[in-house]
Design a protein. Structure first.
Length: 318
């Protein structure tokens, strides 16, 4: 039996489960949702008193202080509040929002009037992105967290086209995210996670569909699985994932050895362990480094891990 240290992975985006409490001021009660998000999206603009419930796929302050994105099992939607959101809401939190249905540049929104209209129901896990093709980024996908793979073209300072052969879609980098596009060039094969959105300023608002990456590790060179999807694979399956280092080699082993690290992306986290040593020099990693890991899925005492054959360190650090 291999000797190992305590296999603890602290996913810093998640907290302990709490009872439902209003995030805003006052003591607003938790209301039963009046609609699924798909039903809410189908309502006429100006419809008030709409209550939906879902998990946060993009917290406030990723794109702007006045918006976050949420989704349930039926659809996703932008939540807009010009006065901003209070602190404490995190990726994966299950929230309930009551507000008015609206539209901005073709993008469907729910607009809560007061802080008490946004209620924390539970601490949850980040939504798993939906695998789709580039041509399917449309009204049907708007609001979902998606993952697409394709070839880059027409790269500019704030975005580029991505095409898997089915038809191109536009990738827009919001400057607030701090995402660095300098390592991306026309012809590159990328895997990208982001929000399916829209920006069309003229009626009938049927164009301008785009994908908005949230974090630096939402963009990966090559065919890379989001960690949440890699965690659905069986033992022995070879996967390639990308994520930020959250726990360095040697942290849980005495004496310290270069055998184990933990990484996470915007969807999940995973242990990376090789009994014979990691395929990267000891001392070469820092917390926050973005690495691409290729290896086989395995399990140790119920802990899912990747047994790596290759670890590539990105030049970008977060």
């Amino acid at each position: 039996m291999k000797a190992r240290g305590l296999p603890i992975f602290l996913f810093t985006l998640l907290l302990a489960v709490q009872l439902a409490v209003p995030i805003g001021t006052g003591a607003a009660p938790v209301m039963a949702p009046t609609h699924t998000i798909a039903e809410a999206r189908a309502l006429a603009n100006g419809t008030t008193g709409v209550t939906v419930q879902g998990a946060i796929s993009t917290p406030a302050n990723v794109f702007a202080s006045y918006e976050l994105w949420m989704q349930d099992d039926t659809a996703g939607i932008d939540v807009y509040r010009s006065a901003g959101f209070p602190g404490g809401l995190q990726l994966g939190d299950v929230i309930e929002v009551t507000g008015e249905i609206a539209e901005y540049n073709g993008k469907k929104e729910i607009v809560p009037a007061d802080l008490g209209d946004v209620v924390l129901i539970d601490r949850g896990v980040p939504p798993t992105p939906i695998v789709t093709d580039t041509a399917s980024i449309s009204e049907d996908s708007e609001g979902w967290l998606v993952v697409i793979t394709g070839t880059v073209s027409n790269k500019g300072s704030s975005g580029f086209n991505l095409n898997d052969g089915s038809g191109a879609t536009y990738i827009y980098r919001d400057s607030t995210t701090g995402i660095d596009l300098s390592g991306i060039n026309d012809g590159d094969l990328l895997t990208l996670v982001g929000i399916s959105s829209q920006h069309d300023s003229s009626a009938p608002y049927d164009s301008g569909y785009q994908v908005l990456p949230r974090y630096q590790y939402d963009i990966a060179h090559g065919e890379v699985l989001p960690i949440a999807l890699a965690r659905q694979e069986s033992a022995g399956v070879t996967v390639t994932v990308q994520g930020a280092v959250t726990c360095l080699p040697g942290t849980f082993e005495t004496p310290a050895q270069n055998r184990e690290l933990f990484i996470q992306d915007g969807t999940a986290g995973i242990d990376v362990f090789n009994y014979g040593g990691l395929p990267i020099p000891a001392g070469s990693l820092s917390l926050g480094d973005i690495v691409t890991v290729t290896g086989q899925i395995a399990f140790y005492n119920g802990l899912m891990e990747i047994v790596p054959t290759e670890i590539v360190l990105s030049l970008i650090h977060i």
